[in-house]
Design a protein around this ligand. Structure first.
Ligand SMILES: [Zn+2]
Ligand SMILES: [Zn+2]
Length: 273
C-alpha cells in the first residue's frame, strides 16, 4: 500500500480542496495522504501564509474524521525558503501539530536570479548551459545551508530545478555533476533521521525512462546508509495524487530498498513494499 506524503490544496497553490484530494486518494486505492500546503516564506504577508496554513490544518482535521476507516489523512506543511525569513518560518512552524514537516527550496536569490525556478524561462537562449550548471550549483549550496537551519522530517524534491529546466524546457541537466554536494546533503539528513522524498511529479519521461538522475541519487543514498524514503506526488490537482507511484516503487526496490515511510506525529512509520 502507498502513502502520498506531499500534496497541495486550495489553501496554498493547489486547484482542489482537501476533501477532493482525499477522495482522489481513496479512488486510487492508496492507504494515506498527507496534506502539505506551502508555507511560502518569501511571500509570507502577500500570501497570508500563517492564516492559510491554519486553514489547511483545520480542513485536514475535518477530512481526517470524514475519511476515517477509508483513508489515513495527516497534517503536514511544505516549508520553503526557510533562510529567507527564519523568524516568519518559525512563527508558522510554531503552530505545531503537524504530522510531517517538509523542507524545500524553490528560490535561489543569487547571481541575478530573482524568480523561483518554476517561474524562470529556461528556454531563453541567452541562458547558456554553463549558466544552468551554475544555477544548479547555487541551488544545492542553498539547499545544504537550509537543511542545517531547522528541524524537519522529509527533504522534499532534492533535485527539483531539473524538473523545470529539463522536464519543462528540455534543457540538458545532469545533477550528478554535483554528486559531492548531494552526498553532503544526504549524509546530513541520514544523521538526523530525516527521510529522503522521491518526488514523483514528472518522474517518468514519455519514453518510460526515469528522469532527473533519480536512480543515481537513490543509489548514492543507499551507499551512504540511507534507509527512509517517502513518496510524494506533489499533486496540485486531484488527478495527480499518487502519480507515478508504481514506477517509483519499482525503482526504489531495484535500488535495494524494501520499505517506504510516512510520518505521523512527526515519527517515521514504515510500510513494507
Ligand atoms: Zn516544492
Ligand atoms: Zn510541493
Amino acid at each position: 500500500m502507498f502513502f502520498d506524503c506531499h500534496t497541495h490544496t486550495v489553501n496554498s497553490d493547489g486547484k482542489n480542496t482537501v476533501w477532493d484530494m482525499c477522495n482522489s486518494a481513496v479512488n486510487k486505492g492508496i492507504s494515506g495522504i498527507t496534506i502539505t500546503d506551502h508555507a511560502t516564506i518569501n511571500f509570507y504577508k502577500d500570501h497570508d501564509t500563517f492564516n492559510r496554513i491554519k486553514q489547511s490544518i483545520a480542513d485536514t482535521i475535518e477530512a481526517k474524521e470524514n475519511f476515517r476507516g477509508k483513508l489515513k489523512v495527516l497534517k503536514g506543511i511544505e516549508l520553503g525558503e526557510y533562510t529567507y525569513a527564519p523568524k516568519k518560518a518559525d512563527e508558522v512552524l510554531s503552530l505545531g501539530c503537524f504530522d510531517a514537516v517538509l523542507c524545500s527550496v524553490h528560490l535561489v536569490p543569487k547571481a541575478g536570479w530573482s524568480l523561483a525556478y518554476n517561474r524562470i524561462d529556461f528556454s531563453d537562449p541567452s541562458i547558456s548551459d554553463s549558466d544552468i550548471n551554475e544555477y544548479i550549483k547555487l541551488y544545492f549550496d542553498l539547499l545544504s545551508e537550509t537543511v542545517d537551519c531547522f528541524d524537519f522530517d522529509i527533504l522534499a524534491h532534492i533535485q527539483c530545478p531539473a524538473r523545470y529546466i529539463t522536464g519543462k524546457f528540455c534543457r540538458k541537466t545532469n545533477v550528478m555533476l554535483f554528486e559531492e554536494k548531494i552526498g553532503e546533503i544526504l549524509e546530513k539528513i541520514i544523521k538526523r533521521n530525516i527521510a529522503l522524498e522521491i518526488n514523483t511529479a514528472r518522474l517518468c519521461s514519455d519514453f518510460g525512462n526515469i528522469n532527473f538522475q533519480t536512480e543515481e541519487i537513490l543509489k548514492l543514498y543507499k551507499l551512504l546508509g540511507g534507509k527512509m524514503i517517502t513518496l510524494g506526488s506533489d499533486a496540485h490537482i486531484e488527478s495527480s495524487v499518487a502519480c507515478n507511484f508504481s514506477e517509483a516503487s519499482a525503482l526504489i526496490k531495484k535500488c535495494g530498498f524494501n520499505s517506504l515511510y510516512y510520518f505521523e506525529n512527526r515519527q517515521p512509520r514504515e510500510i513494507l513494499m
